[in-house]
Every structure is written in C-alpha cells, then in structure tokens.
Design a protein around this ligand. Structure first.
Ligand code: SF4
Length: 387
C-alpha cells in the first residue's frame, strides 16, 4: 500500500508542523485571505471559510516543543496544552495569524484568551461562549450573536461580508468533510487491520491546518485505498478511548495502546472535526441558523457540554453497542477538570452495566509508555481470557 503510506506521510508532516507552513502559504496567495487560529474543541469553521479565511486548529506543542517560557504562565497543577500554546506564541510560530478564537471549554482556556490579549497577537481575540441553554430562541439566539461577532471582526480585516450563498457553499464542504471522516471511522470499525488508529489520527489532524477542499480530496483518496483488502485481522480487543478531547495524546501513546493488544475503534481525539453528527440542514434553516441548530441539536457528547436532558453516560453506552467494543479506556490529560469530573459518572455507568474499563492520565509530551503498555496489555489479555 505504497499510495496509502505516501498520503499518511504527507498528513503526518502537515498535522505536526508547528509552523503551520501550509496555512501561511495559502494566505499569501491572496491579500483578502485571513487565518483564524482556534483552540479545542469545537468551532464552526464554516463561517471563517465563507469569509475567505482558513480556521486553523491550534492543539499545543505536543511532544515536539520544549516548554520553557510557557511554564512561567501557569501554575503546576494545570494541564500541559496551554503552556505549549504560550510557547508557540512567544516563539513567534503564530505571527501570520489574524485572529484567535477560544471556545469555552474550561477556565484554563478562558485565561489563555486573556493572555493572548496581553500578548497583543492577531487583530482580534474572541472568547467564544457556547450556549448552555439549548432552546433556539434563547441559547440559539445567543450563539448566533457570538458567531456574528466573529464575522464582524473578520470583516474589519478583509472587508468581506458573507452571503447566504457563500455560507451555504462552505457548509456543504464541511458536511462532506464530516461524512468522509465518518466513513473512514466506519471502515476502520469493520476492518481495523487495514489502517492503524495512529494513521487515521494523522489523516484527520491534517484537516485542522489545510483548506477543507484539499482535505476532502485526501479523505476521498484514503477511502478509495481502504476499500481494498490490506493486512489481516489480529487477536486484539476492540476499545473506545475517551477523555482525550482537548489536550491531545502524543502519537506514540495511540500507537502504544494498539501495540499492547487493542484496536481503537472509537475515540474522542480531535473531537471538533466530528462534533456535529450528520449534515447541517440548510433546507430547513438559513445557512447561519443551520450552524446554530446543528450545535443545539446534533452535537456529540463531551465533558464541555452541559446537556442535562441527554445524559452522556447513556450516549457512551450506546456508542459501545454501536461499535461493538469490548471495553473502554479512560485516558485524560493530567489536571483536566472537565474530563476528570466526568469520569466517575461514566465509570459508574460502566460498573452498573458490566462494562470493563481502565483509566490513566497523560500529557501531550508524555515520553514514557512502558507503564501504560503494561496496563493496557493486561486489560486486553484479561478480556481475551475471561470475558
Ligand atoms: S485539557 Fe482540559 S483543563 Fe486543559 S484546557 Fe483542555 S479542557 Fe481545559
């Protein structure tokens, strides 16, 4: 599968390029283009695309950036990702960016948005407050005004006013992107030996830093190649990895889980790219309203969403059944309050339903995997032997 390996290699380079070279090249081709960096988890990239911009996912420094200055900005009992992002800013990796959006995940991200204002980077910094009220006339209207605020900021830079037609076109491209990504997950669920979870990760992550049109082409090519049989099934258990929705695990950690006897069939890595379930409905609503409605009615479950009528533990158990998995791996970043506050609720649901699980913490620059490998290996063996 030389062609597939070539694509994975290219995606790997794009996904982990901390200089965001491709995005910056794209911007240079047209004076009215803007780059808008956004932090995890979810941000409706469609609005930036419609305004001739590229929304670029900034996921931290990972295990490729030594943190020196970043540590001075955060106390020791805070997760690692924001330190990596501070290091990227102070080392001038984000120089060509026009603006930054900080979706409301937790207090750490809120504070980071304040720091960006102090750094004076970009032409705007927006803390994007997602609604906690899911009524269209309350939370929906509020969310719409938040999105309009971002569009106004972009307009101040490039003088582009989006139209229904331009937004419709952007929505169609991202609908397609989500559909293709889901298809790759479905193929992997059925034939997990054809591509590793780490390779799927790189392919999806590349889409955070390149234009959606280019990413759609890559995904289509990958799907074509994955339809051909490749490799053979191994004696591994099928697992969901959950808790890794914001600070990303190092690629080697994903590889370690699979090498220790698991097929990762479902996960919440890079959750923003799969946040909306199904297409945004532009037939029933105006394009901007369809983005709002999609958030209110089609969001996946996550620790950062307080959707009291839609308990996440039930959604996790449903996912477990749909994907026919044998167990769950709770893998959360150290000091991640949203993930760690949810774990007891989710784990109780597992206990009540005889679902096997293990749990460990990581940080984006974790470099030692021996203990995790032993823990996951024992988990996998115990399910194979006694489940
Ligand atoms: S990893 Fe957790 S605590 Fe850290 S910024 Fe993300 S959600 Fe907040």
């Amino acid at each position: 599968m030389e062609a597939l390996n070539e694509i994975i290699k290219k995606c790997n380079e794009l996904a982990f390029d901390l200089n965001f070279t491709r995005a910056k090249e794209w911007k240079k081709q047209d004076n009215s283009r803007v780059l808008v960096g956004y932090m995890p988890i979810y941000f409706p990239r469609e609005i930036v695309h419609a305004a001739n911009g590229l929304a670029v996912g900034i996921l931290g420094g990972g295990d490729k950036k030594q943190i020196i200055k970043g540590d001075a900005y955060y106390q020791s009992y805070v997760c690692h990702m924001p330190r990596g992002i501070v290091e990227l800013v102070l080392d001038n990796h984000l120089e060509d960016f026009d603006g930054f959006v900080f979706p409301s995940i937790c207090d750490v991200i809120r504070n980071l948005s304040g720091m960006f204002q102090l750094f004076g980077k970009g032409k705007f910094v927006k803390y994007l407050d997602f609604p906690q009220n899911f009524l269209p006339e309350v939370g929906g209207e509020f969310y719409k005004s938040e999105l309009q605020h971002i569009l106004n900021e972009i307009k101040k830079i490039n003088n582009i006013e989006i139209t229904d037609e331009s937004l419709q076109k952007s929505i169609e491209l991202f609908n397609k992107n989500r559909k293709l990504t889901e298809e790759i997950y479905n193929i992997r669920s059925e034939f997990p030996w054809r591509i590793t979870a780490a390779d799927v990760y790189s392919i999806v992550r590349a889409g955070f830093v390149i234009p959606v049109e280019e990413h759609n082409e890559i995904l289509e090519e990958v799907i074509k190649l994955l339809k051909v049989e490749n490799g053979e099934p191994l004696d591994k258990i099928r697992v969901i990895v959950i808790g890794a929705f914001c600070e990303q695990p190092p690629l080697s950690l994903i590889k370690t889980i699979e090498l220790a006897g698991c097929y990762i069939i479902e996960d919440d890595f890079l959750l923003g790219s799969r946040w909306i379930k199904g297409d945004m409905n532009t037939t029933k609503y105006s394009p901007l309203d369809s983005i709002v409605r999609a958030y209110l009615e089609q969001s996946t479950f996550s620790s950062s969403v307080y959707d009291v009528d839609n308990p996440k533990e039930l959604r996790l158990l449903n996912q477990l059944k749909e994907r026919k998995v044998d167990g769950i791996i709770f893998a959360a970043p150290s000091f991640c309050d949203p993930a760690l506050l949810d774990h007891p609720i989710l784990q109780k649901a597992c206990d009540d339903n005889n679902v096997r699980y293990i749990s460990f913490l990581y940080s984006e620059n974790t470099g030692q995997f021996k203990v995790i490998k032993e823990q996951v290996g024992t988990f996998s063996d115990s399910i194979k032997l006694w489940a």
